[in-house]
Design a protein around this ligand. Structure first.
Ligand SMILES: Cc1ncc(COP(=O)(O)O)c(C=O)c1O
Length: 414
């Protein structure tokens, strides 16, 4: 198997550094510490090609948005039809109502929906609605739980890169508790009686740089009970996991009902749109919170989102991606075992986080590098994503590449 050259990526990256701080910024900069492609030239299905012409099976799916395949014909046709009618106009388009109706019909906890562009729009709005509804200050979140880049989300991370530009007051009303820790939640609610506005959390713990953890049996039912008993608004952040655990909301799988759910990423299969959905009890509070953005009423991404959600339901996509992810995990664990390594796959199968056990982090990263150099786009420190278009041939090729990567890893350490 040939090792991919990435000279053109480096050339473009060098140009980028002259005119863009850091060259590549934000979450896309996370991969910069390792060798690999920096810029894509095109994408199709579950694959992208870099500017050097190398083809990759993409297990990052644009960090989540790609769920039905790049350049999905049905989604693109829906967006194109709406673009032809109009996209950003001085009025909202009926497609906004149709999309809200669809989410209310399909998402179990949804009685209404509001639309933005990024996941952080939804999480930020959810917290404002919770504060408006309760008249309280405190936001309880999970330690290392990521909800976007607003100052309250960044200021208590303990990471200087994230905290840069925030002030300590930004974190003054944010309380972090460990994942799966009911006692800590009860304690916070009791310590700050009548001042906890909301508890915001992803449905399972998907931090970077360590194994992802599912909710303990009964955890969410008990969280819901604590919130209800204490008037705390329960917000589920499904920006990353949306439609990959349960199409009707991960809470359906975990047996509880949140007050609001934040969606983003996969909602438009790559078109810029996010949504906050919530319960009737919060509708008036939601109406009272001013929420807007120049691009929030873009009609074409709404058409794309409607087509995406319909296609996901038609394909029973969450079950399909769960099976695909499980097959990917099983195959990789098996390849690793045959090569004398132990690979741990954690999190939900449609979003697997991989870690090589019994070796240091650098060795794990080097195995990932060897996969990337041969056309399987993994990321060492982050959960991956599967889509409905990752197929059998992709999987077989992935196992071949993973196998070679283990051989290369062993040869380089011998
Ligand atoms: C769980 C979660 N919440 C919120 C966000 C923020 O979304 P965005 O980057 O679209 O603002 C992300 C982004 O990765 C996320 O993973």
């Amino acid at each position: 198997m040939d090792i991919y050259p990435t000279d053109e990526s480096e050339r473009v990256f060098n140009r980028a550094k002259a005119v863009i701080p850091g060259g590549i910024f934000g979450h896309y900069a996370g991969a910069l510490g390792r060798p690999g492609p920096r810029f894509f030239s095109r994408s199709e299905g579950a694959h992208f090609w870099d500017v050097d012409g190398n083809e990759y099976i993409d297990y990052m799916c644009a960090y989540g948005p790609m769920i039905l395949g790049y350049n999905n014909e049905v989604v693109d046709a829906a967006a194109r039809a709406q673009y032809e009618l109009g996209n950003t106009v001085s009025l909202a388009a009926p497609i906004m109502v149709e999309l809200a109706e669809l989410l209310v019909e399909k998402v179990a906890a949804a009685d209404w929906a509001l639309f933005g562009k990024n996941g952080g729009d939804s999480t930020g709005l959810a917290v404002r609605i919770a504060r408006a509804a309760t008249g309280r200050n405190k936001i309880v979140k999970i330690r290392d739980g990521y909800h976007g880049v607003a100052p309250w989300m960044m200021a208590s991370t303990g990471d200087p890169r994230f905290e840069a530009g925030t002030i300590s007051e930004d974190a003054a009303h944010v309380i972090e508790i460990p994942w799966n820790d009911l006692a800590a939640l009860r304690q916070v609610v009791s310590d700050h009686r009548d001042d906890v506005a909301c508890f915001i959390s992803s449905p399972y713990d998907h931090p970077v740089l360590r194994d992802n953890t599912l909710p303990a049996e009964g955890y969410w039912r008990e969280v819901e009970a604590v919130c209800r008993q204490n008037g705390v608004t329960l917000i589920i952040d499904e920006v990353r996991s949306g439609f990959r655990i349960n199409l009707g909301g991960a809470n359906v799988s975990y047996g509880f009902t949140p007050d609001m759910i934040c969606f983003g990423k996969a909602l438009g299969n790559g078109y810029p749109i996010s949504a906050l959905v919530g319960s009737d009890a919060l509708k008036e509070a939601a109406q009272g919170v001013f929420y807007t953005g120049t691009q929030f009423f873009n009609a074409a991404p709404m058409a794309a989102a409607k087509a995406t959600v319909e296609a996901l339901f038609a394909a029973d996509a969450a079950s399909q991606m769960t099976s695909t992810g499980q097959a990917l995990n099983d195959g990789l664990v098996n390849v690793a075992h045959q090569q004398g390594f132990e690979l741990v796959a954690s999190g939900v199968p449609a979003m697997p986080y991989f870690r090589l056990a019994n070796v240091d982090m650098e060795t794990h990263f080097r195995w990932v590098d060897e996969c990337v150099k041969r056309g399987v786009y993994f990321l060492g420190y982050h959960n991956h994503f599967v889509s409905t278009v990752h197929g059998q041939a992709d999987m077989e090729r992935t196992f071949e590449v993973a196998n070679e990567a283990f051989v290369a890893l062993r040869e380089s350490t011998d």
